[in-house]
Design a protein around this ligand. Sequence first.
Ligand code: AMP
Length: 281
Amino acid sequence: MKQVARQARAEERPAGFVPTMGALHEGHLSLVRAALAECRPVIVSIFVNPTQFGPQEDFQKYPRTLEADRKRLEEAGVDYLFAPEIAEMYPQGFRTWVNVEGLSDRLEGRVRPGHFRGVTTVVLKLLSIVQPQKAFFGRKDAQQARLIQQMARDLHLDSEIIVCPIVREPDGLAMSSRNAYLNPDERCAATVLYHALDGARRSMERGERDALRLVAAMREVMRAEPLAQPDYVELVDAETLEPVTRLRGTCLALLAARIGTVRLIDNLLIEERDGTFLATI
Ligand code: AMP
């Protein structure tokens, strides 16, 4: 992989990179298409990164569909699939970790201690191997994207970090490899995350600017779904990830909930431009 990447740089071809954990769906493919529109070669990695899973989490049973993924990427026109082994990424004696302080211990990081340390470490390792001109991430994992942008800035990485929109199922559920775990009742209940966010979007469009009231309304929607156990419902500043009391600048409404045993996350982006607010779900 390093040799391929070195060759592309020597030929001044701008490499685009899409890191994934596989079990690919349209969300991943939207990143691939964004990369293909701007870069050549396009490199996709598939690596189920053990260090970002907690001891009680789903590392062992995380869906692995490498052959089907490989076919989809080939059909999409991807140039290289990079699927390293765990022993290559974490050889014996591995000791170096990346931690984005402050941003990594709230929201997802509070519920999943150590998760972001695993994410930022593996992403830095992948970026150092591939050294792409542009790397593409989904806003589906908004906190992750924010941390990676911060890491890229703090460590003077040469790769531009590009954040792409959330791809949803027709009923609004954000696409996720973990949706495959949902049974039919849970699949139905899972749209509650979207409905809570969409309700906030609509009341914001009717003029609501009070973040506490927006959060309370989202919690209410979540509470009405008996199969959903929320981990957090927050409205935060998109830069600091600190809770806000009123909408101002760029904010994120972030939700995490367990639907049965399946943990799902989703978010709404709220941007202020010249005094008007625009919400993107
Ligand atoms: P994962 O395989 O879950 O680690 O995701 C790999 C990349 O795909 C991450 O940057 C995710 O944010 C992105 N991604 C996952 N689901 C979606 C989605 N529904 N829409 C857009 N991007 C997504």
